[in-house]
Design a protein around this ligand. Structure first.
Ligand code: BF8
Ligand code: SF4
Length: 635
């Protein structure tokens, strides 16, 4: 009955509960906002100074310039790159938090944390040009953190961010430098976007957009730091079997959802839950503590530890509506402010943990690196307390969940391939791309949006591209969507993969003792983990001796919504990837900006945006691009 909002059956089961209890959900509020402002949707509303707001009539009937004289192109471009700056700030703040924690680990000041993957730490050190000879793990930890932090503090604008320059192909790095879009300092690049878009600065839309590309590469840099340092601290993901969707919430357990992005907190909650399980049993919950994930921190603990995923972004209110969630613990980003009010309708404790993310109605337990485990324990005690208030009559857990095989870091992918060719692991993958068993690769990333039917674009596109023998990778809420709908299983491979893809996934799966194929979609992790896909792509490009824009590789954010997604999409384009958006970006008010993003930027980076809201059409377009790239390689 609620198919017009979401194809997720668990959501469909809970929406009538919300209606009955008179609880507003994201979809009700979306309806209340209709009709939404057409100027805003087209990006031609400017609120940069207090002479405004100004708006430009995109159809030429009304004002064509704001009060200061900015035209639609300037206004649209400025609005867009301010979004990129916010995205870059979010991802790189996350990276900074991890790097600072790692520095404390190196100094011996963070007892709850340690380096779980020493080999990865050494690989990172080598990549960063750090001499490992004779150094202890403690010393290396500190040095890796400090060299990474230099990407936030370097003042010499001629020296590029190391985490950007050293993680892409040489040709790509040279190209970005040539166009002056290679950042030297993440923070300075974000600040530069804010300053160049102040009233009366940059008015040239192309120059503004190039500033945005630089911001997006800064975003990439911060994301890379987040992923790689998290792997060293918490372990590099390896394939693991788990489950996804609201059915992972258990009636017999004290359920705690970790929500947000930063694994520094969610890792501690998982550790504390394991340590304190008896406390939950003593409180009358035979199932003990049950930690489940929401959004990207959910993905982080899912790919590293197999923690089940309750849901993705758009349905984040639903775990509370089950009436069986004792605590929702949040850190930063993509946390709906509505959770405060909804939690108050139930016994659920909403717990905020970061000084920059407080929500009315929540209990705040400040999270500090030095006392991390104590905070996690306090959180669990609050959950136990809340459990005493759970009303069994209001428990309504949709029995909907799917198995999901997750945890495909770049290392795990190469590891799986090495079972086919230990000396040259990438060879079997390349051979199968060359012989056409695999036509190309698509990375699914990004959010959910109320502007689409939740999860539908991901699921439709994935099924269609798989049938066309496209290898599928996924991160973020895209991965959440595909996991919830059972596409991260061996059965999905048997059902939906084209013959060539099925044969390759089966050969790899068999060689790895899986007694069947790899799952249809490989879950690489959270949004920051899009960099894992880049590292696989860079390895392929280097082996073929070509740059990234020559590969039959595309990205798709079919339900994009957040500023972080704008930043990611833009760096994907900067790296040379044709990048699909299934929601309409707020740029259509400027023909110049629209043309640059969908066509002209191709001449600079080889990448460009493809906007297509219909998943069937999008699949056709992406497949056509893959064919064009194959032809370019004489395949
Ligand atoms: O960083 S995919 S809705 S949760 S922004 Fe947010 Fe979008 Fe989800 Fe993760 Ni990414
Ligand atoms: Fe209007 Fe210009 Fe101020 Fe924007 S910066 S609000 S266009 S006067």
């Amino acid at each position: 009955m609620n198919l017009r909002f979401s194809i997720d059956e668990a959501v469909q089961q809970l929406l009538p509960v919300a209606e009955k209890e008179k609880i507003q959900t994201v979809w009700d509020r979306h309806k209340d906002q209709q009709p939404q402002c057409g100027f805003g949707k087209m990006g031609v509303c400017c609120r940069i100074c207090w002479k405004g707001p100004c708006r430009v009539d995109p159809f030429g009937n009304g004002a064509q310039r704001g009060i200061c004289g900015a035209d639609a192109h300037t206004i649209v471009a400025r609005n867009l790159i301010r979004g990129i700056a916010a995205g870059a700030a979010s991802h790189s703040d996350h990276g900074r938090h991890i790097a600072l924690t790692m520095q404390e680990v190196g100094k011996g000041n963070a007892p709850a944390y340690k380096i779980k993957d020493e080999e990865k730490l050494k690989r990172i050190a080598q990549r960063l040009g750090i001499d490992c000879e004779g150094k202890s793990i403690r010393e290396l930890t500190k040095e890796v953190a400090e060299v990474s932090l230099e990407d936030y503090s370097r003042q010499d604008s001629k020296v590029p961010c190391r985490w950007a320059e050293l993680t892409m192909t040489e040709e790509r790095a040279a190209k970005l430098k040539q166009w002056d879009v290679m950042p030297h300092n993440i923070d300075a690049t974000v600040a530069e976007i804010m300053s160049r878009t102040h009233v009366g600065c940059d008015a040239d839309p192309v120059n503004i957009l190039l500033g945005g590309v630089k911001g997006a590469v800064a975003d990439y840099t911060g994301m890379y730091i987040s992923t790689e340092l998290s792997d060293a601290l918490f372990g590099t993901p390896t394939p693991t079997v788990t489950e996804a969707n609201l059915g992972v919430i258990r009636e017999d357990a004290i359920n705690i959802a970790v929500h947000g992005h930063n694994p520094l907190l969610s890792e501690m909650v998982c550790d504390a839950a394991a340590m304190m399980n008896d406390l939950a049993k003593q409180a009358g919950a035979p199932g003990g503590f049950n930690v489940v994930g929401v959004c990207c921190t959910g993905n982080e603990v899912m790919v590293r530890h197999g923690v089940p995923l309750a849901t993705n972004y758009l349905s984040q209110e639903m775990p509370i509506l089950t009436g069986a969630l004792e605590a929702m613990v949040v850190d930063v980003q993509c946390i709906m402010p509505s959770l405060g009010a909804i939690a108050q309708c139930f016994h659920t404790q909403l717990i905020t943990t970061m000084p920059t993310t407080k929500i009315p109605g929540a209990t705040h337990i400040q999270f500090e690196t030095e006392t991390a485990i104590e905070s996690a324990k306090k959180i669990l005690e609050l959950a136990v307390e809340a459990y005493q208030r759970r009303d069994p009559k209001r428990v309504n857990i949709p029995q909907v969940k799917e198995k999901a095989i997750v945890g495909f870091s770049a290392e795990a992918v190469v590891g799986a391939l090495s079972q086919l060719d230990a000396h040259d692991p990438l060879k079997p993958l390349l051979d199968n791309i060359v012989n056409g068993n695999i036509q190309g690769i698509c990375l699914f990333a990004g959010c959910n949006s109320t502007n689409t039917l939740q999860d539908r674009n991901f699921v439709e596109l994935a099924k269609r591209l798989a049938a066309d023998n496209v290898l599928l990778l996924a991160t973020g809420c895209g991965a959440g969507a595909l996991a919830k709908h059972g596409l991260m299983t061996q059965e999905a491979t048997m059902e939906y993969a084209g013959d060539g893809l099925k044969a390759v996934l089966t050969a790899i799966g068999q060689a790895n003792g899986l007694n069947g194929p790899l799952p249809l979609v490989l879950h690489m992790g959270s949004c920051v983990d899009n960099t894992r896909a880049v590292s696989v792509a860079v390895a392929i490009a280097q082996k073929l001796g070509v740059d990234l824009d020559r590969l039959p590789l595309v990205a798709s954010a079919p339900e994009a919504m957040s500023e972080k997604a704008v930043a990611i999409g833009t760096w994907a384009v900067a790296l040379g990837l044709p990048t699909h958006l299934g929601t309409v970006p707020q740029v259509l008010g400027s023909q110049v900006v629209t043309e640059v993003l969908t066509e002209k930027i191709k001449d600079i980076t080889g990448g460009y945006f493809i906007v297509e809201t219909d998943p069937e059409e999008a699949a056709k377009k992406l497949f056509a691009v893959i064919q064009e790239k194959r032809a370019g390689l004489n395949l």
